[in-house]
Design a binder for this molecule. Structure first.
Ligand code: SF4
Ligand code: SF4
Length: 270
């Protein structure tokens, strides 16, 4: 099970209890809590493609500027797929660069992983029923005093209170790609496939340029309407990108090839 929202390295304690959306947890976090901000340093903090768009826009940066200033590449351990994570400051505490005196400076657009904490999310493949199931687990860290205090709530109530569903929905297909790759086991992945995945996952501007300035439109069918949307809407671009990745990486026919497409070196699926 690839954990998409695991925050910490070796010092995290994951309570091995599988939770469902209706499981009850007891937790509260607020600026006056004695451990305030202790959870915002020394993290493996992955960014989803939607996190990148939202934080970049909040900081009024280009994608390249944002990636250069605040992130570093990171290989998801089980799937072997490259994504980006937040580059912690090079100080003793390895503080998150978005942390300031009063807390998270990008709170309204904080990453999905931060919204989840102290929960973690994994996606479990139910082979018998041939469907994916979201599973949750608790990350219990000694310093977090918010656990076991406050009101009892279900996992789903917690997710809603943190704005998780609306931040998760746009990257559902992306998570499916990661999970599908993981389910294939340790197969060798062609370099080109990794590059394509990384481009769509981290840099919408580059992906848009790739669509508009390479032979892409000679090869793949993209309707006029979709092309107009892709040109001006990053979210539409991402959704198209995930369908295209499923097409080129797994042979799913979600973005059709033109009949008269020029012959190009075939991208080897995973
Ligand atoms: S992004 Fe915000 S909430 Fe997340 S670790 Fe950094 S400072 Fe904390
Ligand atoms: S350590 Fe726990 S309670 Fe304290 S600020 Fe972080 S999440 Fe909130």
């Amino acid at each position: 099970m690839e954990t998409l929202t695991g925050l910490r390295g070796l010092d995290r304690i994951i309570v091995p209890i599988r939770l469902t959306s209706q499981s009850k947890i007891v937790f509260q976090c607020y600026p006056g809590v004695p451990c305030f901000k202790l959870c915002c340093s020394d993290l493996f903090l992955p960014l989803t493609p939607y996190d990148i768009i939202r934080i970049r826009d909040k900081l009024k940066l280009s994608t390249d500027e944002f990636l250069l200033l605040y992130t570093e590449p990171f290989m998801l351990p089980r799937s072997g797929l490259p994504i980006v994570r937040v580059k912690m400051f090079d100080n003793e505490e390895k503080t998150c660069p978005f942390l300031n005196e009063s807390g998270c400076s990008i709170y309204e657009v904080r990453p999905l992983a931060c919204r989840y904490y102290p929960l973690g999310l994994g996606i479990f493949r139910n082979r018998e029923e041939k469907r994916n199931e979201d599973v949750y687990y608790l990350v219990k860290e000694g310093f977090c005093q918010g656990l076991d205090s406050g009101n009892e709530m279900t996992v789903e109530e917690y997710r809603i209170s943190q704005g998780i569903p609306e931040n998760e929905e746009p990257i559902k297909e992306w998570a499916e790609i990661i999970m599908k790759k993981e389910s294939l086991g340790p197969v060798e992945v062609p370099e080109k496939s990794l590059e394509l995945f990384f481009m769509v996952s981290s840099n919408p501007e580059r992906f848009r340029t790739f669509i508009l300035e390479s032979k892409f439109l000679e090869i793949f069918e993209v309707s006029e309407k979709e092309l107009e949307e892709i040109k001006k809407d990053d979210l539409k671009l991402l959704q198209f990108g995930f369908r295209w990745l499923k097409t080129v990486l797994f042979g799913e026919n979600l973005v059709k090839k033109k009949k008269e497409a020029p012959s190009v070196k075939r991208i080897k699926p995973f």
